[in-house]
Design a protein around this ligand. Structure first.
Ligand SMILES: Nc1ncnc2c1ncn2[C@@H]1O[C@H](COP(=O)(O)OP(=O)(O)OP(=O)(O)O)[C@@H](O)[C@H]1O
Ligand SMILES: [Mg+2]
Length: 394
């Protein structure tokens, strides 16, 4: 990764009254040694924030490395919850502006008529309610980075004003006449298809080209499912640090999680882990403890014989990297093993156990396994599992 500024810096949340601003404070230190130590700690923290060793995440890391040291505008594209803000922060921290402010603005969350003053500030009396003059996000980000999140939500009128700042590097506060110069790097992000918006006349083409100097496209979680065990581990350790709560997942539960499609990506995974930690505080979550929504999708896939994700890739990471969060630990024997047979055996054993415990009643056994009755019957046919001949009930 490119050289990070030698000045120590720390990421703190600064409440400016609208909870939109997140500022990196410059934390000057006297001792060069302390400074270096802080930089190393910060570096570790950043890499931890951007978990993933899949080819797709390695590409993203490489792109961050390539673009961070230039002053080029960056456009981060990706579905909701894929980590666009995490990437934006990494670009900032690894740039020469890393010891200055990182100022995020959610263009979709600020009412259209307030966005101009939010970005550029306003003079006293500029509009009703402007009792005092106020500096905008461009001024707060001076020397640093302005993160324009949800840029696709910006109105055409506001796009014109933004384009002017990007081209001329000057702006005026609302109600003011003095031109203020802006030394700000722009990183924009969106989950919308800006190219399509340009074609539909909803986004200015000239602004699009200005922002799209260096695009970084984030994969969905399903596209890098082998990273799921590492993400689970990271998200649990965050819970432990911030909420003093914890939870563990069996390897089978991790594999089950990796069979789900994750439409809300890493954010949805983080929410589900937090939910499990509340439901099973310090507990061990089994595959059949997972939320109904997740289990339902997995059983549907199993019933249709579809496997959306490559389980063997996931298992590699469960075994290597998540041993301390999964019980029992799995070890591949020296002579090697056949994953499909291994998983089938687990499935057969669990089905047999559920049938024994339910006295051979398929409906009850299916319930205890978190499966539909028809799915279990199908699996029994597939594995040629017979019910106890003494059982008469279905
Ligand atoms: N690669 C990753 N490693 C670790 N955590 C991640 C990663 N990607 C995302 N996250 C976590 O997932 C959550 C969502 O990330 P982030 O806010 O950056 O996504 P986003 O793409 O900006 O989402 P949205 O479009 O909903 O704003 C955060 O808690 C973030 O820390
Ligand atoms: Mg975001």
């Amino acid at each position: 990764m490119g050289a990070v500024s030698n000045q120590g810096h720390q990421h703190t949340d600064v409440d400016t009254g609208s909870n939109q601003t997140d500022i990196v404070e410059n934390n000057n230190t006297d001792s060069a040694q302390t400074s270096r130590a802080q930089t190393v700690t910060q570096d570790k923290k950043l890499f931890r924030c951007l978990v993933g060793k899949s080819a797709a995440m390695q590409r993203v890391r490489h792109e961050i490395e390539q673009v961070a040291q230039s002053d080029a505008n960056v456009l981060i594209l990706g579905q909701s919850g894929t980590g666009k803000e995490v990437v934006a922060r990494n670009v900032h921290y690894h740039s020469s502006r890393g010891n200055k402010h990182f100022v995020p603005v959610n263009c979709g969350a600020i009412p259209h008529d307030l966005l101009e003053s939010e970005l550029f500030g306003h003079e006293r009396g500029a509009f009703t309610g402007a009792i005092t003059a106020r500096q905008g996000r461009f001024s707060m980000a001076e020397g640093g980075t302005l993160f324009l999140d949800e840029i696709g939500e910006m109105t055409m009128a506001m796009q014109v004003k933004l384009l002017r700042v990007l081209e001329e590097r000057v702006f005026e506060r609302v109600g003011g006449t003095t031109s203020i110069t802006a030394d700000v790097r722009i990183i924009a992000a969106t989950n919308r298809n800006l190219e399509d918006m340009v074609k539909q006349g909803k986004f200015r083409e000239d602004l699009y080209f200005r922002l799209d100097v260096f695009p970084i496209c984030l994969p969905t979680l399903a596209e890098r499912i082998e990273d799921l065990p590492l993400l689970v581990k990271e998200l649990i350790s965050r819970l432990e640090q911030t909420k003093q709560s914890s939870v563990r997942f069996t390897p089978e539960a991790v594999v089950a999680l990796s069979q789900y499609r994750w439409p809300g990506n890493v954010r949805e995974l983080a929410n589900q882990i937090e939910r499990m930690a509340i439901k099973y505080p310090n507990g061990l979550v089994q595959a059949n403890n997972l939320p109904e929504r997740i289990r339902a999708q997995i059983s549907e896939q199993a019933a249709s014989g579809l496997e959306i994700n490559d389980v063997s890739q996931v298992m590699k990471n469960v075994d290597k990297r998540c041993q301390d969060m999964t019980t029992p630990h799995l070890h591949i024997p020296a002579e090697g093993f056949d994953l499909k047979t291994y998983i089938s055996n687990i499935e057969v054993n669990l089905i047999q156990d559920a049938l024994d415990k339910s006295g051979g009643v398929i409906a009850h056994a299916a319930k205890s396994l978190g499966l539909r009755r028809t799915t279990l019957a199908e699996k029994m046919r597939k594995y040629q599992i017979e019910r106890d001949p003494n059982t008469t009930t279905v």
